[in-house]
Design a protein around this ligand. Structure first.
Ligand code: 4UW
Length: 553
C-alpha cells in the first residue's frame, strides 16, 4: 500500500534556482544578513555579497568563455564560503554544476571530468596537483582551471574567480541571464554509485533542488529561522549552523548551501571536520543547530575533549547518511542534553525524503515522517507492493526524485519503476504513526562515515592486482567509529602467501589509487571461494551470512 506524507503539500514553483533564491518577493531578511562565515579567515558573505559575486561571475564567465547552456562546470574543492557564489554564478550562466570530492585521487577525478564532459574546473590552490593531472588525462586545457579563495596570484597561470567579475557588473549594462527549463535542465550532476556498480552522474534538475529545499523547510521552518527562534537558547539573533558536511555531497549541498541562503540562516563553514574546532565554533558563535553523521555523534557522546566546551546553545542535531543506533543517540543526550533527530535521503532524491519532526526526536531509531509531496511504498523481492507495516524495499516518488543517471539509460531503467518510483535499495518499514525505519540495505553500497564506498569499484581495482584471483568487498560495522568499514575477502592467486605482509601490500597498493575514505580499513580476509551466482554476480548476502555464522560459531 502507498503511504502518503502527513505534511500538507507545498507549492513548488516552476522557476529556476536563481529566480527561486535571488528574485523572490517574499524574502523577509535584509540584503546584509550574513549567510556564510569562514571561522578561520573571518571572511563572510552577506546575502547581497553572494548574489553580486554570483551575478558577476556568471556574467564574466558567459562573456569570456565560449559556453553553451547545459555545459558542465566541475567544482573540486574543500568547503569554502566562495563555493555558493561560484555555483549560482554557473547557474546564472545556464551551466550544470558537477561537484566533486576533493579527496578524489587523480584517477577518480579524471573519470568524473571525462564522464561529465566538464568544460572547466573550479578548484583551490592546494588541490592543483590533482586537478592539473586529472585535467590533462581528461583532455581539458589548463586555462580552463579557475581558482577560488586566497587572493588572485599573477604568478600562477590560472584565473581567479573574482577576476571574471566585470568591474561594471552593477553600474554597466547587465547581460540577460541564460534561461533554463527548470524541470528539464540540470542544476547538478552529483556522483553516486546508486544501488550497484561504479559512480554515476545523478541528474538533478532545478525543480528537484527547489522541491527539496521547500520539503526540508516544511519540517524545519518553525524552528530554524533568520531571526531568533521561539525555543532558541542563543542570545544572538537568528539561528546559526555549524556546517562541516562536504558541499560536494548532496546532504551538504542542499541542507547547508541551499537551505541556509533560502532561509536566511548563518552557516559557519568548516573546510573539514575536527571535533575540537566543531565544539569551539558551537561555543564561540552560540550555534543552535548542526547536521551530522553517526561517527560525529559517537565523538560528541564519548570523547573527553567535549567536556571543555559549552555546547548549550545547540537546540538540536540532525543526523543521517548512515544508520544511527538508539544507544548512541541516547548516550549523546545523556551527556550533553542535546537531542538528535534523524533524517534520511539519497543523492537521487535531492536528497531529503524523511526527517524526524522536532517534537518527535525521541522516537528512537526512526528516520521520521515522509516529507511533503512524496509517496512511498515497500515492496517484496518480486517488487510486489506490501501492506503497511511489512518490511521490504523502500520506493519513493516525488518532485525531488532525479531524472536518471547521466548517459546511462540502463542504470536509469533499473532504478526507476515504470510508474516513476525510485528504488532506494534500502530495507525498512513504517509504523502506524507514520514513523519510517531503515533496518537494512540490499544494494551494494558501503557507507564509511557517511561517504560512499562502492564495492564494485574497489573489487574492479583489486582484481587487477597480480596476487588477487577473486575478491569481494563488504562493509563491516565497527562500533569504535560508529561506521561501516570496507573489508576485502580475497581468494589469492595460487602460491601467494596468505599472510599479513601480503595483506599490507594489497591494502597499500589500493590506498595509492583511491580516496582515503575508500581504504580497506577493515583489512583483508583470505577465503577459498567467492560465492557467485551463475551469472557471475557476487552473492554478498551469502558471504555476509557465512561470516556472521563463523563469528557466532
Ligand atoms: N539511516 C540509514 C539513515 C540514512 C541512511 C542515508 O550518499 P547518499 O546517496 O546520500 C546520503 C544522504 C543523506 C541525507 C540526506 C538528507 C538528510 O536530511 C539527511 O538527514 C540527516 C541525510 O547519504 O547515500 C544514500 C544512502 O545512505 C544511507 C542509505 O543506505 C541510503 O540509501 N542512509 N541516511 N538516516 N541509512
Amino acid at each position: 500500500m502507498v503511504v502518503t506524507s502527513p505534511h500538507p503539500a507545498v507549492e513548488i514553483p516552476d522557476i529556476d534556482i536563481w529566480e527561486f533564491l535571488f528574485e523572490r518577493t517574499n524574502r523577509e531578511w535584509p540584503d546584509d544578513k550574513i549567510i556564510y562565515i569562514c571561522p578561520e579567515t573571518k571572511r563572510h558573505y552577506t546575502f547581497r555579497m553572494v548574489r553580486d559575486a554570483a551575478l558577476g561571475f556568471g556574467m564574466g564567465l558567459s562573456s569570456s568563455w565560449n559556453l553553451n547552456q547545459g555545459d558542465v562546470m566541475s567544482i573540486f574543492a574543500h568547503n569554502s564560503i566562495d563555493t555558493p557564489a561560484v555555483i549560482w554564478g554557473c547557474h546564472w550562466a545556464g551551466l550544470t554544476v558537477a561537484p566533486s570530492s576533493p579527496l578524489n585521487s587523480v584517477r577518480e577525478y579524471a573519470f568524473q571530468l571525462t564522464d561529465s564532459g566538464a568544460k572547466g574546473i573550479v578548484t583551490q590552490r592546494s588541490l592543483l596537483p590533482t586537478a592539473e593531472k586529472a585535467a590533462r588525462l581528461a583532455g581539458l586545457r589548463q586555462d580552463r582551471i579557475i581558482l577560488i579563495e586566497d587572493a588572485p596570484d599573477a604568478t600562477l597561470p590560472y584565473q581567479h574567480f573574482t577576476t571574471f567579475i566585470p568591474t561594471n557588473t552593477f553600474t554597466g549594462q547587465q547581460s540577460p541571464r541564460i534561461k533554463v527549463e527548470p524541470s528539464v535542465d540540470l542544476a547538478f550532476l552529483c556522483y553516486s554509485s546508486g544501488t550497484t556498480g561504479h559512480p554515476k552522474g545523478v541528474m538533478l534538475t532545478h525543480t528537484n533542488i527547489i522541491a527539496n529545499i521547500l520539503q526540508n523547510r516544511a519540517c524545519d521552518s518553525k524552528y530554524l529561522t533568520w531571526h531568533s527562534s521561539s525555543i532558541s537558547k542563543s542570545e544572538s539573533r537568528g539561528d546559526k549552523i555549524v556546517g562541516f558536511l562536504p558541499f560536494y555531497h548532496i546532504y551538504g549541498l542542499t541542507s547547508l548551501v541551499h537551505v541556509s541562503l533560502y532561509a536566511g540562516l548563518s552557516l559557519i563553514v568548516m573546510p573539514r571536520f575536527s571535533l575540537q574546532k566543531f565544539c569551539f565554533y558551537v561555543q564561540d558563535y552560540r550555534a543552535t543547530f548542526a547536521n551530522v553523521v553517526p561517527p560525529v555523534i559517537l565523538l560528541l557522546a564519548k570523547h573527553p575533549v567535549v567536556n571543555k566546551y559549552d555546547l548549550s546553545s545547540l537546540k538540536m542535531l540532525n543526523c543521517g547518511a548512515a544508520p544511527l543506533t538508539k544507544d548512541l543517540a541516547s548516550a549523546l543526550y545523556e551527556r550533553i542534553r542535546v537531542p538528535v533527530k534523524q533524517g534520511y535521503g539519497l543523492t537521487e532524491t535531492s536528497p531529503t525524503t524523511h526527517l524526524q519532526p522536532w517534537d518527535r526526536w525521541d522516537v528512537w531509531g526512526s528516520i521520521g515522517y515522509l516529507l511533503p509531496n512524496q509517496i512511498a511504498k515497500f515492496v517484496d523481492p518480486y517488487e510486489r507492493e506490501l501492506p503497511v507495516g511489512n518490511t521490504g524495499e523502500l520506493w519513493i516518488k516525488g518532485p525531488n526524485v532525479f531524472k536518471g543517471y547521466f548517459k546511462n539509460p540502463q542504470a536509469t531503467r533499473n532504478s526507476l519503476s515504470a510508474d516513476g518510483f525510485f528504488k532506494t535499495g534500502d530495507i525498512g518499514h513504517v509504523d502506524d504513526q507514520g514513523n519510517f525505519y531503515i533496518t537494512d540495505r540490499i544494494k551494494e553500497l558501503i557507507k564509511y562515515k557517511g561517504f560512499q564506498v562502492p564495492p564494485a569499484e574497489l573489487e574492479g581495482l583489486l582484481l587487477s592486482h597480480p596476487k588477487v584471483n577473486d575478491v569481494a568487498v563488504l562493509g563491516i560495522y565497527d562500533e569504535h567509529v560508529a561506521s561501516e568499514i570496507p573489508r576485502a575477502y580475497i581468494l589469492p592467486v595460487k602460491g601467494v602467501e596468505r599472510n599479513t605482509e601480503t595483506e599490507k601490500e594489497i591494502c597499500d597498493w589500493l590506498a595509492e589509487r583511491v580516496s582515503s575514505y575508500k581504504r580497506l580499513r577493515g583489512g583483508v580476509c583470505w577465503v577459498n571461494e567467492i560465492p557467485r551466482s551463475p551469472t557471475g554476480k557476487i552473492l554478498r548476502r551469502h558471504l555476509k551470512d557465512n561470516i556472521e555464522k563463523e563469528n557466532v560459531d
